[in-house]
Every structure is written in C-alpha cells, then in structure tokens.
Design a protein around this ligand. Structure first.
Ligand code: G6P
Length: 472
C-alpha cells in the first residue's frame, strides 16, 4: 500500500533538553495540526529536524525510537549545519530575499554549500523511508533543492512541493546568485503549490525568464517531465480553535484577564518574532492612536504576544531590542497608576489561553509587511463565536486575498493603521457581525483538511494521468 511521506525542516514535535533529561513537545505552527491526521495514519511518516543537538549515538537511537513510535523519522543536524544551512542560507538569505527584505540578505558561499549538503542529507533520509509507490510531499524554503535530488534518485516518484512563504517577483529573485539552482530544485516536483495566485505568477515568470522554459496554463515542460503549478491557500483546523475558544477553561482564563485589565477594550497582536511581521510599525500606530484620539487612553489595552524565534540571527536579535525599547517608551509615556497601555509577552501561550485572548479581543491587528499566508488572522476568526470583533489585516499577507471582509490596510502607513484602529473601535455591532460571518464561512469551509485533500488529490490525479500516458 502506498504511503505519504511528509518532509519539512522542522518536525511537528520538538525535543528539548532540560538539565539531564529530554522532553518531547509539539512545535509551534499550523502545519503540524493540519497534517497531524495524515502522518499518523496509514503507516505514513514525517521526516524532519527534531530541534535537538544529540550528544551521542545512544541518545540518537533513543530519540529516533521515541519519534518512530509517533510516525516521525528525525534528521539530526549538527551545530555547524544549523549555523550555515538554517540560520545562514535559509534564514539570512532565502527568508529575507523572498520577503522583499533584500537589504537584510547575506550571500555567503559556505552557507550555500551547507544548504546543498543538508538538502542531500534530507534526500538520503527520505530515500531510506520511501518505497517506489509512495508519495513524497516536501515543504517550504529550507528544502528547495530536495525535489530535484529526489527526482534524480527516483525518476518515477510522486513528488509534491508546497512553498509556505511568498514567492518574490523576478526582479527580487534575480538578486540571488543561486536563483537558477533554486528553480531547478523545485522543478523536480510533479506539483508545486503556492498560497496565492500572485506568488504562482511570479514563479512562472521566473522560470520562463531565468530558465527559458515554456510555461503554459500552469504547466512547465522540463527535459524530463511536466510540472503542474497551482494555488492552494492554506487553512487552519477551524473546529480545534472554535472548540478551544468555547471551552470552560478559555472562559475562565478570559474572566481572569478581564479583571486584570479592568475591563478595558482589547486590541490583540500575536506573532513569531520576525521583521516581516511589522511589529514595530504596529506599536507606532498604537502610539499614534493614543496621541490622535486621547479619548481611548485608559479605555483600550494592546496585548502584544511575541513568540521567540531565530534569535541567533542578527536581525532578529536587533528587532527584539527595538520592540523592548518601543514598548518601554510608550508605556512610560502614557501609563497611569491604574492602566498600562501595552501588555507585552515574549513567550508562546498554550492553546486554551491563546483562545481566551482571541475570544476577548475586540480587534486583532495582523499587519505584516510581507507574509506568505498568516494563520493568526484565521485563528482569530475561528474563535469569534459571538461574531463580535474586527480584523485589521495587511494587504501584503496572503490571507488578504481571501479575507476581504477584514479592514484591509497598507501596513507601511502609521497614520492609516491608527485610523483603522479607531474605525475598528467604533464599528457598529451589525457591521462587525456581517463581516465576521462572511469570514467565518470561508475559514470554516476551506480548512486545513480541505487544503491537504486538495493538494494530495491533485498530485494523485497528475500521477494517474502520467501512468495512463506512459502505458498508452
Ligand atoms: C514559518 C516558515 C516555517 C517555519 C516557521 C517557524 O512559518 O514558513 O517553515 O517552520 O516559520 O520557524 P522556525 O525557523 O522556527 O522553524
């Protein structure tokens, strides 16, 4: 029976070392919940990095065994590999370039070499697991070369690739010295998926301009095979969030939070620490709101959750300092004895507490400068059982293509953002409800299970067609 093999840089479980013991915890992120039902069924397996540097062979064997029991196969990476492949090429070259932050990008040959070597390491790990009939689904920018490496080893394999971040315009992509290699790497796939039509269009244009390959109606002819390219906007596990928000536990947390905040109205902001998320711009907009509309002072609180991420990469450490400073400055300027404008948390929250925050927030401020999709926007919508609440959403998040009933803004403009905050705070209930109902219908229907089915369904269809053609 054929299996599905999921491959991503990070496994859905991370292994943490505390003192002398190891603990296994879920990784943050929507992919794990979305694919959770798949990799655990049918003898399937998820291949990726468990987030741990192993000390010795015995520890490696122990972690491998524990993860194997939960359908995962670890790829262990060394400290130099993490430095050069993960922090280096993935997060200091590809990430900034693909998010239009090319001024932050470094182009280091040694990082590229490590990227190639680690993609090869992943390739060996996949080949050790995959049989000829299996479907291999590769995820995200850390593994752009893997589809072609797999294709070389297994010309008949069924290979899908999904990019979770934006695909930049040709003018940006061509800044990358290894742009051709990266495109060739992706083209090893049978099916390549993007969140939006815009990203797909940029990819097709890059393939045609940089590789000179014909691209017609979402298909690319390479020397060896046809690659299908399509749009699959990723969704969330809607019921999981809706149920968490409706739980007694979330209601209890909400009550405690409301008392602590003395029933001020809540604006919510949740992100991984990242310069792409526009966190500093958001703080300045909140400051502008308090300046321009003094009537909101002591009436609203901004709850800002920043989840630590990639803090070994220089730009992330600098951003952390900038946020700390801004929060300190704004709070010092506007706080009163009984009110603190910004409640700032630098850690992740467990699901029920997160759901309580979504539930009580009247406004969610999701204003990335660039974001492949942004699932926070969808999670907020799923938690709003009473359909009361306003989503302010950046036009540069993939989610804005779907959630047009949000207040869609340009995140560069502090003034526009401050005005959107004011508009959200005074929006009549009936309008909030109409907008929220429309967004809920969409987010509920196009959930992560629908996304997975669509992608894997289309990949299976392509493969079946290829086999029919081959035997005709
Ligand atoms: C983004 C990327 C994912 C990545 C996640 C967390 O969503 O698209 O591939 O796993 O961020 O980042 P990290 O570097 O901690 O894996």
């Amino acid at each position: 029976m054929s299996r599905t093999i999921i491959v991503s840089n990070r496994l859905p479980t991370k292994v943490l070392r505390t003192d002398d013991s190891l603990s296994f915890q879920p990784s943050e992120g929507g992919l794990a919940t979305g694919l959770g039902s798949i990799y655990r069924s049918n003898n399937n397996v998820w291949i990726g990095w468990p987030g741990l540097f192993v000390h010795d062979a015995a520890e490696e064997a122990y972690v491998t065994e524990q993860l194997r029991a939960d359908s995962m196969a670890p790829v262990f990476l060394t400290e130099p590999e993490i430095r050069d492949y993960y922090e280096g090429f993935s997060n200091a070259t590809l990430w900034p370039t693909f998010h239009y932050f090319h001024q932050f990008a470094t182009y280091v040959d040694a990082h590229w070499d490590a990227y190639v070597a680690v993609n090869e390491k992943f390739c060996r790990a996949v080949l050790a697991q995959a049989g000829p009939e299996d479907t291999i689904w590769v995820h995200d920018y850390q593994l752009l070369l893997l589809p072609e490496m797999l294709r070389q080893a297994r010309p008949e394999a069924s290979i899908g690739f999904f990019l979770h971040i934006p695909f930049p315009s040709y003018e940006i992509l061509r800044l990358l010295p290894w742009r051709q290699e990266v495109l060739h790497g992706m083209l090893g796939s049978d099916l390549i998926g993007f969140h939006t039509f815009g990203y797909m269009r940029h990819f097709l244009s890059a393939v045609s301009q940089l590789l000179g390959l014909p691209t017609q109606s979402g298909e690319i002819e390479t020397a060896s095979h046809t690659v299908r390219v399509d749009v699959f906007p990723m969704g969330i596990d809607y019921e999981r969030y809706a149920q968490a928000a409706a739980s007694d536990e979330a209601a209890q947390h909400e009550q405690v939070y409301r008392e602590a905040l003395r029933d001020t109205r809540v604006i919510l902001s949740i992100d991984r620490l990242d310069y792409t998320k526009g966190i500093a711009q958001r703080l300045r907009a909140f400051e502008c709101l308090l300046q321009r509309y003094p009537e909101w002072r002591e009436q609203v609180s901004l709850i800002m959750v920043v989840v630590p991420s990639r803090d070994q990469v220089a730009q992330y450490a600098a951003l952390k300092e900038e946020i700390d400073e801004l929060v300190g400055r704004i709070n010092a300027q506007y706080r009163t004895i009984t009110w603190n404008p910004i409640q700032y948390f630098y850690h992740a929250f467990p699901l029920e507490e997160l759901a309580a925050l979504y539930r009580m927030a009247e406004v969610a401020l999701v204003t990335p400068l660039r974001d492949g999709m942004n699932l926070v926007a969808k999670e907020f919508v799923a938690c709003k059982a009473d359909q009361h609440g306003v989503l302010i959403l950046s036009e540069r998040a993939g989610a804005a293509r779907e959630l047009s009933d949000a207040l869609v803004i340009n995140p560069t403009s502090t003034s526009q953002l401050a005005e959107a905050l004011h508009t959200a705070l005074v929006m009549p209930d009936a309008e909030q409800q109409t907008r929220m109902a429309a967004m809920q219908a969409l987010v509920r229907r196009y959930d992560v299970f629908d996304w997975t089915d669509n992608f894997l369904g289309q990949l299976a269809h392509i493969k079946a067609q290829q086999r029919t053609l081959a035997t005709a």
